[in-house]
Design a protein around this ligand. Sequence first.
Ligand SMILES: Nc1ncnc2c1ncn2[C@@H]1O[C@H](COP(=O)(O)OP(=O)(O)OP(=O)(O)O)[C@@H](O)[C@H]1O
Ligand SMILES: [Mg+2]
Length: 452
Amino acid sequence: MKHRILAVDDDASVAHVVRFLLEEEGHDATVVADIAGAKRELAAGQFDLVVSDLKLPDGSGLDVLKLVKEASPDVPVIMITAFATVSTAVAAMKSGAFDYVQKPFDNDRFKALVVNALRLRDLKLENTRLRGEVEQQYGIAAILGSSQQMEKVREMVRLAATSEAAVMVLGETGTGKELVARAIHFLGARAARPFVAVNCGAIPENLVESELFGHKKGAFTGAVSDRDGRFVQADTGTIFLDEVTEMKRDLQVKLLRVIEAHEVQPVGSTETLKVDVRIISATNRSPMECVRDGEFREDLYYRLNVFALPIPPLREHRQDIPELVGAYLTRRGYGPDAVSKSALDLLAEHDFPGNVRELQNVIESGLILSGGKPVQPEHIADRLIPSLSFRGSEASRGISQGQAAGPTLAEVERSHLEAALKKTGGNQSQAARLLGISRATLLYRMKKHGLG
Ligand SMILES: Nc1ncnc2c1ncn2[C@@H]1O[C@H](COP(=O)(O)OP(=O)(O)OP(=O)(O)O)[C@@H](O)[C@H]1O
Ligand SMILES: [Mg+2]
Protein backbone atom coordinates (compact mmCIF):
# COMPACT_ATOMS: atom_id res chain seq x y z
CA MET A 1 0.00 0.00 0.00
CA LYS A 2 1.23 3.47 -0.86
CA HIS A 3 1.79 5.81 2.06
CA ARG A 4 2.47 9.52 2.33
CA ILE A 5 5.66 10.27 4.20
CA LEU A 6 7.10 13.58 5.30
CA ALA A 7 10.89 13.80 5.67
CA VAL A 8 12.49 16.76 7.45
CA ASP A 9 16.25 17.15 6.99
CA ASP A 10 18.47 20.08 6.02
CA ASP A 11 21.36 17.87 4.96
CA ALA A 12 20.79 17.58 1.22
CA SER A 13 22.63 14.28 0.87
CA VAL A 14 20.67 12.62 3.69
CA ALA A 15 17.43 14.04 2.32
CA HIS A 16 18.31 12.61 -1.05
CA VAL A 17 18.96 9.10 0.33
CA VAL A 18 15.80 9.19 2.42
CA ARG A 19 13.71 10.20 -0.57
CA PHE A 20 15.33 7.53 -2.71
CA LEU A 21 14.73 4.77 -0.14
CA LEU A 22 11.12 5.76 0.43
CA GLU A 23 10.28 6.06 -3.25
CA GLU A 24 11.99 2.77 -3.92
CA GLU A 25 9.44 1.19 -1.57
CA GLY A 26 6.64 2.80 -3.53
CA HIS A 27 5.85 5.59 -1.09
CA ASP A 28 5.01 9.17 -1.75
CA ALA A 29 7.77 11.26 -0.15
CA THR A 30 7.66 14.96 0.63
CA VAL A 31 11.00 16.43 1.74
CA VAL A 32 11.45 19.73 3.56
CA ALA A 33 14.57 21.27 5.12
CA ASP A 34 13.28 22.91 8.32
CA ILE A 35 10.57 23.17 10.96
CA ALA A 36 8.84 25.97 9.06
CA GLY A 37 8.56 23.69 6.04
CA ALA A 38 7.32 20.80 8.19
CA LYS A 39 4.69 23.07 9.73
CA ARG A 40 3.49 24.11 6.30
CA GLU A 41 3.26 20.55 5.01
CA LEU A 42 1.59 19.18 8.15
CA ALA A 43 -1.04 21.88 7.94
CA ALA A 44 -1.66 21.20 4.27
CA GLY A 45 -2.10 17.44 4.30
CA GLN A 46 -2.31 14.16 6.13
CA PHE A 47 0.82 12.00 6.42
CA ASP A 48 1.20 8.38 7.46
CA LEU A 49 4.73 8.77 8.78
CA VAL A 50 7.16 11.57 9.58
CA VAL A 51 10.94 11.14 9.48
CA SER A 52 12.87 14.02 11.01
CA ASP A 53 16.44 14.93 11.74
CA LEU A 54 17.00 16.00 15.32
CA LYS A 55 19.14 19.00 14.42
CA LEU A 56 17.39 21.46 12.18
CA PRO A 57 18.39 24.98 11.19
CA ASP A 58 15.42 26.59 12.92
CA GLY A 59 15.20 24.36 15.98
CA SER A 60 15.07 20.79 17.20
CA GLY A 61 13.46 17.72 15.66
CA LEU A 62 11.72 17.40 19.01
CA ASP A 63 9.61 20.38 17.95
CA VAL A 64 8.57 18.51 14.81
CA LEU A 65 7.71 15.52 16.99
CA LYS A 66 5.62 17.75 19.21
CA LEU A 67 3.82 19.27 16.24
CA VAL A 68 2.92 15.84 14.86
CA LYS A 69 1.82 14.41 18.20
CA GLU A 70 -0.43 17.40 18.80
CA ALA A 71 -2.07 17.32 15.39
CA SER A 72 -2.32 13.55 14.83
CA PRO A 73 -1.10 11.42 17.74
CA ASP A 74 -1.45 8.20 15.73
CA VAL A 75 1.16 9.20 13.12
CA PRO A 76 4.51 7.58 13.95
CA VAL A 77 7.69 9.69 13.91
CA ILE A 78 11.18 8.34 13.25
CA MET A 79 14.09 10.51 14.37
CA ILE A 80 17.38 10.72 12.50
CA THR A 81 20.32 11.50 14.69
CA ALA A 82 24.07 12.00 14.63
CA PHE A 83 26.04 10.11 17.24
CA ALA A 84 26.32 13.21 19.38
CA THR A 85 22.57 13.52 19.80
CA VAL A 86 21.73 9.93 20.77
CA SER A 87 20.73 11.02 24.26
CA THR A 88 18.30 13.49 22.70
CA ALA A 89 17.01 10.65 20.52
CA VAL A 90 16.30 8.65 23.65
CA ALA A 91 14.45 11.65 25.04
CA ALA A 92 12.50 11.76 21.79
CA MET A 93 11.45 8.13 22.27
CA LYS A 94 10.15 9.08 25.69
CA SER A 95 8.08 11.84 24.10
CA GLY A 96 6.47 9.40 21.74
CA ALA A 97 8.85 8.94 18.80
CA PHE A 98 8.51 5.54 17.16
CA ASP A 99 12.28 4.92 16.96
CA TYR A 100 15.50 6.54 15.79
CA VAL A 101 18.28 5.81 13.30
CA GLN A 102 21.86 6.96 13.63
CA LYS A 103 23.76 8.71 10.86
CA PRO A 104 25.35 7.52 8.69
CA PHE A 105 22.56 5.08 8.54
CA ASP A 106 22.17 1.54 7.48
CA ASN A 107 19.70 1.56 4.59
CA ASP A 108 18.19 -1.80 5.43
CA ARG A 109 17.62 -0.89 9.04
CA PHE A 110 16.00 2.36 7.97
CA LYS A 111 13.70 0.54 5.55
CA ALA A 112 12.76 -2.04 8.19
CA LEU A 113 11.91 0.75 10.62
CA VAL A 114 9.72 2.42 8.02
CA VAL A 115 7.89 -0.86 7.36
CA ASN A 116 7.25 -1.37 11.08
CA ALA A 117 6.17 2.19 11.68
CA LEU A 118 3.72 2.05 8.77
CA ARG A 119 2.37 -1.27 9.99
CA LEU A 120 1.66 0.36 13.33
CA ARG A 121 0.02 3.27 11.54
CA ASP A 122 -2.21 0.91 9.53
CA LEU A 123 -3.18 -1.01 12.64
CA LYS A 124 -4.15 2.19 14.39
CA LEU A 125 -6.24 3.31 11.43
CA GLU A 126 -7.92 -0.10 11.27
CA ASN A 127 -8.54 0.05 14.98
CA THR A 128 -10.16 3.47 14.68
CA ARG A 129 -12.32 2.21 11.83
CA LEU A 130 -13.40 -0.90 13.76
CA ARG A 131 -14.11 1.17 16.80
CA GLY A 132 -16.38 3.33 14.68
CA GLU A 133 -18.09 0.22 13.38
CA VAL A 134 -18.58 -1.19 16.87
CA GLU A 135 -19.98 2.15 17.96
CA GLN A 136 -22.37 2.12 14.98
CA GLN A 137 -23.46 -1.40 15.72
CA TYR A 138 -23.44 -1.55 19.49
CA GLY A 139 -22.95 1.94 20.79
CA ILE A 140 -25.28 4.75 21.49
CA ALA A 141 -25.52 5.46 17.75
CA ALA A 142 -27.35 2.15 17.31
CA ILE A 143 -30.21 3.32 19.52
CA LEU A 144 -32.34 5.22 17.03
CA GLY A 145 -35.23 7.61 17.50
CA SER A 146 -35.08 11.41 17.73
CA SER A 147 -38.13 11.60 19.97
CA GLN A 148 -37.73 13.04 23.43
CA GLN A 149 -38.43 9.60 24.89
CA MET A 150 -35.56 7.96 23.02
CA GLU A 151 -33.28 10.94 23.69
CA LYS A 152 -33.95 10.31 27.36
CA VAL A 153 -33.11 6.62 26.94
CA ARG A 154 -29.76 7.54 25.37
CA GLU A 155 -29.10 10.00 28.19
CA MET A 156 -29.75 7.25 30.76
CA VAL A 157 -27.47 4.89 28.83
CA ARG A 158 -24.69 7.46 28.98
CA LEU A 159 -25.18 7.88 32.71
CA ALA A 160 -25.33 4.13 33.32
CA ALA A 161 -22.11 3.69 31.34
CA THR A 162 -20.18 6.01 33.63
CA SER A 163 -21.04 3.91 36.66
CA GLU A 164 -20.55 0.32 37.77
CA ALA A 165 -23.97 0.07 39.37
CA ALA A 166 -26.28 -2.81 38.53
CA VAL A 167 -28.70 -1.73 35.83
CA MET A 168 -32.13 -3.22 35.21
CA VAL A 169 -33.46 -2.55 31.73
CA LEU A 170 -37.25 -2.58 31.65
CA GLY A 171 -39.43 -2.71 28.60
CA GLU A 172 -41.90 -4.70 26.57
CA THR A 173 -40.70 -7.30 24.14
CA GLY A 174 -38.82 -5.89 21.16
CA THR A 175 -38.22 -2.43 22.63
CA GLY A 176 -34.44 -2.76 22.40
CA LYS A 177 -33.44 -3.98 25.86
CA GLU A 178 -30.49 -5.96 24.58
CA LEU A 179 -29.46 -3.08 22.33
CA VAL A 180 -29.41 -0.79 25.35
CA ALA A 181 -27.52 -3.31 27.51
CA ARG A 182 -24.79 -3.60 24.87
CA ALA A 183 -24.57 0.17 24.49
CA ILE A 184 -24.03 0.57 28.24
CA HIS A 185 -21.22 -1.98 28.10
CA PHE A 186 -19.54 -0.64 24.96
CA LEU A 187 -19.69 2.92 26.21
CA GLY A 188 -18.25 2.12 29.61
CA ALA A 189 -14.83 1.42 31.05
CA ARG A 190 -15.23 -2.32 30.38
CA ALA A 191 -15.77 -1.88 26.63
CA ALA A 192 -12.70 -3.89 25.66
CA ARG A 193 -13.71 -6.68 28.05
CA PRO A 194 -16.21 -9.47 27.43
CA PHE A 195 -19.93 -8.87 27.14
CA VAL A 196 -21.74 -12.11 27.90
CA ALA A 197 -25.49 -12.38 27.38
CA VAL A 198 -27.49 -15.11 29.11
CA ASN A 199 -31.17 -15.65 28.49
CA CYS A 200 -32.36 -16.92 31.86
CA GLY A 201 -35.73 -17.87 30.42
CA ALA A 202 -34.36 -19.98 27.57
CA ILE A 203 -32.05 -22.36 29.42
CA PRO A 204 -33.55 -25.62 30.73
CA GLU A 205 -34.18 -25.31 34.46
CA ASN A 206 -31.78 -28.05 35.50
CA LEU A 207 -28.93 -26.51 33.50
CA VAL A 208 -29.17 -22.85 34.49
CA GLU A 209 -26.95 -23.14 37.52
CA SER A 210 -24.12 -24.85 35.66
CA GLU A 211 -24.56 -22.47 32.74
CA LEU A 212 -24.15 -19.47 35.03
CA PHE A 213 -21.61 -20.73 37.53
CA GLY A 214 -19.89 -23.59 35.68
CA HIS A 215 -19.38 -27.16 36.84
CA LYS A 216 -16.76 -29.72 37.80
CA LYS A 217 -16.25 -32.84 35.75
CA GLY A 218 -18.63 -35.53 36.99
CA ALA A 219 -20.87 -33.08 38.89
CA PHE A 220 -23.88 -34.55 37.10
CA THR A 221 -24.59 -36.94 34.24
CA GLY A 222 -23.22 -35.35 31.12
CA ALA A 223 -20.64 -33.21 32.90
CA VAL A 224 -17.74 -34.88 31.09
CA SER A 225 -15.24 -32.15 31.83
CA ASP A 226 -14.83 -29.00 33.90
CA ARG A 227 -16.64 -26.07 32.39
CA ASP A 228 -16.48 -22.34 33.02
CA GLY A 229 -19.77 -20.69 33.74
CA ARG A 230 -20.94 -17.47 32.11
CA PHE A 231 -19.88 -15.44 35.14
CA VAL A 232 -16.29 -16.64 34.76
CA GLN A 233 -16.42 -15.97 31.01
CA ALA A 234 -17.62 -12.45 31.76
CA ASP A 235 -14.88 -11.85 34.35
CA THR A 236 -13.62 -8.23 34.17
CA GLY A 237 -16.48 -7.50 31.75
CA THR A 238 -20.26 -7.41 31.83
CA ILE A 239 -22.87 -10.13 32.16
CA PHE A 240 -26.32 -9.47 30.71
CA LEU A 241 -29.00 -11.46 32.52
CA ASP A 242 -31.91 -11.35 30.11
CA GLU A 243 -35.43 -12.28 31.31
CA VAL A 244 -34.04 -12.33 34.81
CA THR A 245 -37.51 -12.61 36.38
CA GLU A 246 -37.82 -16.10 34.87
CA MET A 247 -35.13 -17.39 37.19
CA LYS A 248 -36.26 -19.99 39.74
CA ARG A 249 -36.23 -18.97 43.37
CA ASP A 250 -33.51 -21.35 44.52
CA LEU A 251 -31.22 -19.95 41.85
CA GLN A 252 -32.14 -16.41 42.83
CA VAL A 253 -30.61 -17.11 46.24
CA LYS A 254 -27.41 -18.28 44.59
CA LEU A 255 -27.27 -15.26 42.33
CA LEU A 256 -27.69 -13.00 45.33
CA ARG A 257 -24.74 -14.69 46.97
CA VAL A 258 -22.61 -14.15 43.84
CA ILE A 259 -23.46 -10.47 43.83
CA GLU A 260 -22.68 -10.05 47.50
CA ALA A 261 -19.48 -12.11 47.67
CA HIS A 262 -18.15 -11.48 44.13
CA GLU A 263 -17.46 -15.16 43.80
CA VAL A 264 -19.07 -18.17 42.16
CA GLN A 265 -19.15 -21.79 43.16
CA PRO A 266 -19.20 -24.17 40.19
CA VAL A 267 -21.66 -27.04 40.48
CA GLY A 268 -19.92 -30.00 42.16
CA SER A 269 -17.02 -27.90 43.39
CA THR A 270 -16.11 -27.13 46.96
CA GLU A 271 -14.09 -24.12 45.93
CA THR A 272 -15.23 -20.68 44.95
CA LEU A 273 -13.82 -18.46 42.21
CA LYS A 274 -13.46 -14.70 42.46
CA VAL A 275 -15.22 -12.82 39.69
CA ASP A 276 -15.32 -9.13 38.87
CA VAL A 277 -18.44 -8.74 36.77
CA ARG A 278 -20.75 -5.85 36.09
CA ILE A 279 -24.38 -6.94 36.01
CA ILE A 280 -27.02 -5.65 33.63
CA SER A 281 -30.36 -7.42 33.76
CA ALA A 282 -33.56 -7.10 31.78
CA THR A 283 -37.17 -8.15 31.93
CA ASN A 284 -40.31 -7.48 29.95
CA ARG A 285 -42.45 -8.02 33.02
CA SER A 286 -43.06 -5.66 35.88
CA PRO A 287 -40.42 -6.79 38.38
CA MET A 288 -42.31 -5.17 41.26
CA GLU A 289 -45.33 -7.31 40.43
CA CYS A 290 -43.14 -10.39 40.31
CA VAL A 291 -41.93 -9.47 43.78
CA ARG A 292 -45.48 -8.96 45.00
CA ASP A 293 -46.53 -12.30 43.57
CA GLY A 294 -43.68 -13.98 45.40
CA GLU A 295 -41.99 -15.06 42.17
CA PHE A 296 -39.00 -12.82 42.53
CA ARG A 297 -36.99 -12.22 45.68
CA GLU A 298 -37.26 -8.70 46.93
CA ASP A 299 -33.62 -8.57 48.14
CA LEU A 300 -32.39 -9.67 44.71
CA TYR A 301 -34.66 -7.15 43.04
CA TYR A 302 -33.06 -4.30 44.97
CA ARG A 303 -29.57 -5.61 44.23
CA LEU A 304 -30.23 -5.76 40.49
CA ASN A 305 -32.31 -2.66 40.18
CA VAL A 306 -29.90 -0.05 41.53
CA PHE A 307 -30.33 1.90 38.30
CA ALA A 308 -33.64 1.33 36.51
CA LEU A 309 -33.63 2.02 32.79
CA PRO A 310 -37.13 1.92 31.33
CA ILE A 311 -37.59 1.85 27.56
CA PRO A 312 -40.94 3.13 26.30
CA PRO A 313 -43.07 0.97 24.01
CA LEU A 314 -43.03 2.05 20.37
CA ARG A 315 -46.64 3.25 20.48
CA GLU A 316 -45.52 5.92 22.94
CA HIS A 317 -43.01 7.34 20.47
CA ARG A 318 -44.67 6.73 17.14
CA GLN A 319 -42.96 9.77 15.68
CA ASP A 320 -39.82 7.61 15.48
CA ILE A 321 -41.46 5.06 13.18
CA PRO A 322 -40.44 6.70 9.87
CA GLU A 323 -36.85 7.01 11.09
CA LEU A 324 -36.77 3.38 12.24
CA VAL A 325 -38.25 2.24 8.94
CA GLY A 326 -35.68 4.27 6.99
CA ALA A 327 -32.78 2.90 9.03
CA TYR A 328 -34.03 -0.64 8.61
CA LEU A 329 -34.33 -0.20 4.85
CA THR A 330 -30.80 1.19 4.64
CA ARG A 331 -29.48 -1.70 6.71
CA ARG A 332 -31.14 -4.15 4.37
CA GLY A 333 -29.74 -2.38 1.32
CA TYR A 334 -32.97 -0.72 0.14
CA GLY A 335 -33.53 2.91 -0.74
CA PRO A 336 -35.88 5.14 1.26
CA ASP A 337 -38.63 4.74 -1.36
CA ALA A 338 -38.89 0.99 -0.85
CA VAL A 339 -41.84 1.72 1.46
CA SER A 340 -44.52 4.02 0.02
CA LYS A 341 -45.76 7.08 1.86
CA SER A 342 -49.22 5.57 2.36
CA ALA A 343 -47.73 2.37 3.79
CA LEU A 344 -45.63 4.51 6.12
CA ASP A 345 -48.77 6.34 7.25
CA LEU A 346 -50.37 3.03 8.02
CA LEU A 347 -47.33 1.91 10.02
CA ALA A 348 -47.30 5.14 11.97
CA GLU A 349 -50.81 4.41 13.26
CA HIS A 350 -50.26 0.87 14.39
CA ASP A 351 -49.79 -0.04 18.05
CA PHE A 352 -46.99 -2.60 17.61
CA PRO A 353 -47.36 -4.82 20.66
CA GLY A 354 -44.09 -6.43 19.52
CA ASN A 355 -42.48 -2.98 19.25
CA VAL A 356 -39.40 -2.34 17.08
CA ARG A 357 -38.87 -6.03 16.35
CA GLU A 358 -42.46 -6.33 15.11
CA LEU A 359 -42.00 -3.20 12.99
CA GLN A 360 -38.94 -4.77 11.39
CA ASN A 361 -40.79 -8.03 10.75
CA VAL A 362 -43.71 -6.20 9.15
CA ILE A 363 -41.37 -4.32 6.80
CA GLU A 364 -39.48 -7.49 5.98
CA SER A 365 -42.63 -9.38 5.03
CA GLY A 366 -43.91 -6.32 3.15
CA LEU A 367 -40.71 -6.26 1.12
CA ILE A 368 -41.21 -9.88 0.18
CA LEU A 369 -44.88 -9.46 -0.72
CA SER A 370 -44.31 -6.33 -2.80
CA GLY A 371 -41.92 -8.26 -5.03
CA GLY A 372 -39.33 -5.55 -5.59
CA LYS A 373 -41.80 -2.68 -5.99
CA PRO A 374 -42.44 -0.10 -3.24
CA VAL A 375 -44.34 -1.59 -0.31
CA GLN A 376 -47.99 -0.50 -0.42
CA PRO A 377 -50.59 -0.65 2.39
CA GLU A 378 -52.01 -3.90 1.04
CA HIS A 379 -48.64 -5.60 1.52
CA ILE A 380 -48.62 -4.94 5.23
CA ALA A 381 -52.26 -4.46 6.25
CA ASP A 382 -52.81 -8.11 7.17
CA ARG A 383 -50.07 -7.92 9.75
CA LEU A 384 -51.37 -4.70 11.23
CA ILE A 385 -54.67 -5.85 12.66
CA PRO A 386 -54.96 -3.96 15.95
CA SER A 387 -53.23 -5.81 18.77
CA LEU A 388 -53.27 -9.05 16.87
CA SER A 389 -51.03 -10.69 19.43
CA PHE A 390 -53.54 -10.23 22.23
CA ARG A 391 -56.92 -10.55 20.57
CA GLY A 392 -55.69 -13.14 18.13
CA SER A 393 -54.70 -15.54 20.86
CA GLU A 394 -57.97 -14.98 22.72
CA ALA A 395 -59.96 -15.63 19.59
CA SER A 396 -58.03 -18.73 18.62
CA ARG A 397 -58.44 -20.11 22.13
CA GLY A 398 -62.20 -19.56 21.82
CA ILE A 399 -62.29 -21.27 18.47
CA SER A 400 -60.17 -24.22 19.53
CA GLN A 401 -62.47 -24.75 22.50
CA GLY A 402 -65.41 -24.89 20.11
CA GLN A 403 -67.06 -21.70 21.35
CA ALA A 404 -68.95 -19.35 19.09
CA ALA A 405 -66.25 -17.14 17.63
CA GLY A 406 -68.38 -13.99 17.24
CA PRO A 407 -67.87 -11.53 14.39
CA THR A 408 -64.46 -11.55 12.75
CA LEU A 409 -62.17 -8.59 13.08
CA ALA A 410 -62.79 -7.72 9.43
CA GLU A 411 -66.55 -7.63 10.07
CA VAL A 412 -66.09 -5.42 13.09
CA GLU A 413 -63.83 -3.12 11.12
CA ARG A 414 -66.28 -2.87 8.26
CA SER A 415 -69.23 -1.99 10.46
CA HIS A 416 -67.08 0.51 12.35
CA LEU A 417 -66.13 2.22 9.10
CA GLU A 418 -69.75 2.28 7.96
CA ALA A 419 -70.88 3.77 11.26
CA ALA A 420 -68.27 6.52 11.09
CA LEU A 421 -69.17 7.38 7.51
CA LYS A 422 -72.85 7.43 8.35
CA LYS A 423 -72.29 9.69 11.33
CA THR A 424 -70.34 12.20 9.24
CA GLY A 425 -72.70 12.04 6.31
CA GLY A 426 -70.02 10.45 4.13
CA ASN A 427 -67.43 13.13 4.85
CA GLN A 428 -64.20 11.15 4.62
CA SER A 429 -61.92 13.64 6.37
CA GLN A 430 -64.28 13.87 9.34
CA ALA A 431 -64.77 10.11 9.44
CA ALA A 432 -61.01 9.59 9.41
CA ARG A 433 -60.62 12.02 12.31
CA LEU A 434 -63.39 10.27 14.20
CA LEU A 435 -61.63 6.93 13.74
CA GLY A 436 -58.25 8.38 14.63
CA ILE A 437 -56.65 7.37 11.35
CA SER A 438 -55.36 9.30 8.34
CA ARG A 439 -57.55 9.91 5.31
CA ALA A 440 -55.24 7.72 3.22
CA THR A 441 -55.72 4.84 5.61
CA LEU A 442 -59.47 5.36 5.64
CA LEU A 443 -59.58 5.27 1.84
CA TYR A 444 -57.46 2.18 1.79
CA ARG A 445 -59.63 0.41 4.33
CA MET A 446 -62.82 1.49 2.56
CA LYS A 447 -61.48 0.03 -0.65
CA LYS A 448 -60.59 -3.19 1.14
CA HIS A 449 -64.18 -3.55 2.36
CA GLY A 450 -65.73 -2.43 -0.91
CA LEU A 451 -67.21 0.72 0.63
CA GLY A 452 -67.68 3.96 -1.33
N1 LIG B 1 -34.30 2.29 19.32
C1 LIG B 1 -33.93 1.37 18.41
N2 LIG B 1 -33.21 1.72 17.32
C2 LIG B 1 -32.84 0.82 16.42
N3 LIG B 1 -33.14 -0.48 16.50
C3 LIG B 1 -33.86 -0.90 17.54
C4 LIG B 1 -34.29 -0.01 18.56
N4 LIG B 1 -34.98 -0.71 19.47
C5 LIG B 1 -34.96 -1.98 19.06
N5 LIG B 1 -34.30 -2.12 17.90
C6 LIG B 1 -34.11 -3.35 17.14
O1 LIG B 1 -35.23 -4.18 17.41
C7 LIG B 1 -34.83 -5.53 17.57
C8 LIG B 1 -35.19 -5.99 18.95
O2 LIG B 1 -34.36 -5.38 19.90
P1 LIG B 1 -33.86 -6.15 21.20
O3 LIG B 1 -33.53 -7.55 20.89
O4 LIG B 1 -32.81 -5.33 21.84
O5 LIG B 1 -35.21 -6.09 22.03
P2 LIG B 1 -35.55 -6.72 23.45
O6 LIG B 1 -36.21 -5.65 24.21
O7 LIG B 1 -34.35 -7.34 24.01
O8 LIG B 1 -36.65 -7.79 23.06
P3 LIG B 1 -37.09 -9.14 23.86
O9 LIG B 1 -37.77 -8.71 25.10
O10 LIG B 1 -38.03 -9.79 22.93
O11 LIG B 1 -35.84 -9.90 24.10
C9 LIG B 1 -33.34 -5.57 17.29
O12 LIG B 1 -33.16 -5.88 15.92
C10 LIG B 1 -32.91 -4.16 17.58
O13 LIG B 1 -31.76 -3.83 16.85
MG1 LIG C 1 -33.98 -9.38 24.39
